[in-house]
Design a protein around this ligand. Structure first.
Ligand SMILES: [Zn+2]
Length: 337
């Protein structure tokens, strides 16, 4: 609010109300009225205030909206080492320290043991604000998970950059993807650590999406389908879950992202795509619960970045809370061995 801003800026300048009033050619009472939001400075007074306080008019009249206060504290780069921790393997060489909250959850749910299996369901562009505003569209995801992790994704907030960070634990400058491009990542990844530990990895995606390109050239099972054929991706996902031959499974569903771009994040069409993600996640959770007999399984619903509305469509890639904030949801299944 303007009043609080004037008060704060005046104190930063070391001025009393009287001193500021004198410079402004107004009464001390007027300053007091401004600072308590009882009256508002005229345009002429704002221009003079800006000169005296040495700041922009924006700084005086805008709500204080600092990035720090609106973006989640933990970075997306902390997820990778936590997943390595879940599997009981070394984190990739450039990974940030493991997400403490997720690691604590893993310790608690598995009673200090490790996960035998991890399945990561990766939707695209489901922003934290969308998840919070439309919980009914993701009710099954909420029902089949019991841990929310609030994260700030990396910049620029576009798919290959963010998924590059999710599975290397490294910042974009380190993993090498710093814009919308899809080169094969050459630094150490979670998949390399899993393979080195003798684990079997499956990556089930569309053939042209970021996840199908940036982690190629590794000894793991790639199941890639034509762009947009989400049915084929999810049919293969169900099959892979039922076969139960992999230790770490990644499933990518980019349906919300593409519809969101065309129609807007809150359009009926985009929200319908959330229902699809919700349904697929419910089926996956059901299959894991009923068909996997391993002692410990960790399942994640983990998106890459958020989104915002623009000109009736949707977009992302900017350094703003709508694009940056995401909520990952996790569930650990611990069973009698
Ligand atoms: Zn997108």
């Amino acid at each position: 609010m303007t009043g609080e801003n004037i008060l704060k800026l005046r104190k930063e300048k070391g001025l009393s109300q009287e001193e500021l009033a004198e410079k402004m050619f107004v009464s001390r009472q007027t300053i007091s009225l401004w600072e308590t939001n009882q009256t508002f400075p005229t345009v002429e007074n704002l221009i003079r205030l800006k000169e005296i306080l040495g700041v922009s008019i924006d700084k005086i009249v805008c709500e204080e909206e600092t990035k720090e206060s609106k973006c989640n504290a933990d970075s997306l780069d902390t997820v990778c080492a936590a997943l390595a921790y879940a599997m009981g393997i070394e984190p990739p060489a450039h990974a940030a320290a493991k997400n403490a909250e997720l690691a604590n959850y893993i310790d608690k749910i598995f009673d200090g043991q490790k996960a035998d299996r991890v399945l990561m369901y990766n939707p695209d562009a489901i922003a934290q604000w969308i998840y919070q505003k439309y919980p009914e569209y993701l009710a099954n995801v909420k029902k089949h998970t019991d841990k929310e992790i609030y994260l700030s994704t990396v910049m620029p907030s576009v798919t290959p950059v963010c998924f590059g960070t999710m599975y290397t634990g490294a910042q974009p400058a380190v993993h090498g993807i710093q814009k919308y491009e899809k080169p094969v990542i050459t630094i150490d990844t979670l998949f390399d650590r899993l393979i080195a530990a003798g684990k079997r990895v499956a990556l089930i995606t569309y053939g042209k999406c970021s996840l199908s390109k940036i982690y190629l050239e590794r000894q793991m099972d790639y199941y890639h389908f034509n762009e947009g054929s989400i049915e084929a991706v999810n049919a293969k996902a169900m099959e892979v879950i039922l076969r139960d031959e992999h230790d770490f499974i990644v499933i990518y569903n980019g349906n919300y992202d593409s519809v969101m771009h065309k129609n807007g994040p809150e359009s009926a069409k985009a929200l319908a795509e959330l229902r699809l993600n919700d349904h697929v996640f419910a089926v996956i959770s059901h299959l894991i619960k009923t068909h996997w007999k391993h002692p410990n399984t960790l399942v994640g619903f983990a998106m890459d970045h958020g989104c915002h509305e623009i000109d009736g469509g949707g977009s992302h890639g900017l350094d703003m809370p709508e694009d940056i904030n995401v909520t990952h949801l996790y569930k650990g299944y611990a069973r009698e061995a």
